[in-house]
Design a protein around this ligand. Structure first.
Ligand code: ZN
Length: 316
């Protein structure tokens, strides 16, 4: 007993894993989401993948303690319903927990994917031993999972943790996906790295990432150029890190966490991003709070989601 299934649903792929009661992945698989085929198609593929998992690990459903899903979107955790998943078209008010429980008889929970990643890091990654921490992901957007007194914070309508929409300006600023202006995410995320990189090229700068672009500039290419010492690429990551740092200054002052864990594709850039983040927090956060906080990279990489989802049944 104690083995659980964790499922991390993304816009492109769905990751499925059997996780031991010590957080070890025993079996894992990945299937395409194919959201364009409709949500029923994705559900059927996920049911097939769970059947494959049970068959290959020679387990019966009753031997599985629970199943958990992480979704990129708004989730009703109490009812187990995906209310809206902007990057997975068609998923509107889908009672995924009930559907899977009916099929397999395994107790099932659902939560937002950034929150499941936070749960994974808290239990088996960079957050082990923490009581108060914030786990942020920086990729196409910026999200966060908040843990206070050892518990996940969900808020009144399961929507807490929208760090990407902390406001950095009173008026104006770039337009954000949420409809407002001046949000952190509109200043500092994968797309803003690309936009800034293109701006510099338009301004006539010769850069390493321009040579590396194939043909498109990606955050990864800008990070490679920065690590090779390209001054423009380094400047871009410095600006990004300072914006993220500004967002985190507010988090540090408000929540007084002992750790902020940073993961996601853009965070793979490492020190070129982490140093300006740490510098900004050192300069701008309040003394007592900043002395308590440690800024660290995530440890579980892209397995944080499935590991955390598998824990929802006992820690949700
Ligand atoms: Zn916003």
């Amino acid at each position: 007993m104690g083995q659980r299934i964790g499922i991390d649903v993304g816009g492109t792929n769905v990751k499925i894993a059997l996780v031991s009661d010590r957080g070890k992945i025993i079996y894992s698989n990945s299937i395409p989401t194919r959201a364009e085929m409709g949500y029923e198609h994705t559900i059927n593929s996920m049911k097939d993948a769970v059947r494959d998992l049970l068959k290959e690990t020679k387990l019966e459903p009753k031997q599985i303690e629970g199943m958990g899903f992480g979704f990129p979107g708004q989730i009703d955790c109490q009812k187990g319903v995906v209310r809206l998943a902007p990057n997975i078209p068609g998923w509107v008010n889908v009672p995924i927990a009930e559907i899977m429980e009916k099929e397999f008889g395994i107790p099932t929970r659902v939560d937002n994917d950034v929150r499941t990643a936070a749960l994974g890091e808290l239990n088996y990654g960079a957050g082990v031993g923490c009581q108060n921490m914030v786990c942020i992901t920086v990729g196409t957007g910026i999200g966060s999972g908040i843990v206070i007194n050892g518990k996940l914070v969900r808020g009144a309508s399961n929507a807490a943790g929208e760090l990407g929409h902390i406001k950095l300006t009173m008026d104006g600023g770039p337009l954000c996906g949420c409809g407002d202006r001046g949000c952190l995410e509109a200043y500092a995320s994968g797309p803003s790295i690309v936009a800034l990189a293109e701006e510099y090229i338009k301004g006539g700068k010769s850069t390493k990432y321009r040579e590396l672009a194939n043909p498109e500039i990606t955050p990864y290419i800008v990070a490679v150029a920065a690590k090779e010492g390209d001054p423009v690429a380094r400047q871009i990551f410095k600006i990004m890190g300072e914006y993220i740092g500004m967002g985190l200054v507010n988090v540090v002052n408000l929540l007084n966490p002992e750790k902020i864990i940073i993961g996601g594709g853009v965070a793979d850039a490492g020190d070129i991003l982490f140093n300006p983040i740490k510098g900004t927090i050192q300069r701008r956060a309040m003394t007592i709070q900043k002395e308590a906080v440690e800024i660290v990279p995530a440890q579980l990489g892209n397995t944080a989601g499935v590991i955390g989802a598998s824990l929802l049944i006992t820690q949700g």
